[in-house]
Ligand binder design. Sequence first.
Ligand code: MLT
Length: 407
Amino acid sequence: MIRVNPHYQKLQASYLFADIAQRVRAFQQRRPDAELIRLGIGDVTEPLPPACVTAFHAAVDDLTRTESFRGYGPEQGYGFLREAIARHDFQARGAQIDADEIFVSDGAKCDVGNFQELFATDIRVAIPDPVYPVYVDTNVMAGRTGAVVHERYEGLVYLPCTADNGYVPQIPDAPVDLAYLCSPNNPTGATMTRGELQTWVDWARAHRALILFDAAYEAFIRDDALPHSIYEIPGAREVAIEFRSYSKTAGFTGVRCAYTVVPRDCMAWQAGGEAVALHALWNRRHTTKFNGVSYPVQRAAEAVYTPEGQQQVRALTDGYLRNAQAIRAGLQALGLPCTGGDNSPYIWVDTGRDAWEFFDLLLEKAAVVCTPGAGFGRCGQHHVRISAFNSYANVKAAMQRIAQALA
Ligand code: MLT
């Protein structure tokens, strides 16, 4: 008899975005004439930067000629991309990261979900609340939690992020071995300052803990005082893994390319106290379970770092940030407190009422899709997340419709 992994039965019925998609489909069946504006899932709408497209095409052409054909590439990614990443994303910002500490992959969601495999089942895990659901669900699947009680899994340490703490997770009171941080944050759009990140790094060093730092939205940071990488913080090389993605930076959600940084100094410990380098463990996992990102996709990602690529990516993210400003201003004018949207593409809105009720109201009365904050955790109960990933015209139209719906 083939038995299922019992931990899967603890999971909430479906993944948040699948739930939302189902409600939206039902609405469309009832109201086929309604012109829906989607500000829900953070999926990009603008085309790829031309520099990436040119490099993508040229790399496909390489595969058509015997002399430039390539089969399997290195599982960790081609040197040309890893070197460009190390130079531009880290060394240029004073962060000491080498090319061989970078593992190119097909998505930050997969990497951040898979990384916990390297750790024992009985480690103690801290999760911000609200949170990107992947951090929670992958730990549930791995058997690190009990059942859900009052919308929270037993066995996890939750770090409430509320208006009182500026939506920034605070150091846990309880003992913790692994903490997930995300800045700029999904879903709240809040960003962590150097000082706040330094406090976390110092805590991790003092407790032999590890931080999984999700920086998938760093390209939206405009405030020069804010760190883009955790490795800009002294001491972080020993206690932090960082996840990055081209999805939101360069419109790659359908192309698929991301990377994870595993510094050689980062350790975990055996039961007897012997240190094990996470770089070696992740390399072992990556080479066993993954065959690398396709050559044309890596060439397209490399083009992000050319002067034209940099300028085009900036224009792309500027466009989404302009949307974010319009959303934030529109909601604030309606008297709804908001955070995020200035260094992030997400706006976190305190709706003052049940999140799913507000979601349904926007859907039914404005044909606008948002994401109910309750899906990100108990602290999101009275919030919704509005995403800036759409055209400016649609965002303006959505804000008008929302104003009418709430009038
Ligand atoms: C979101 O809407 O939170 C994002 O699409 C998540 C993701 O990038 O997987």
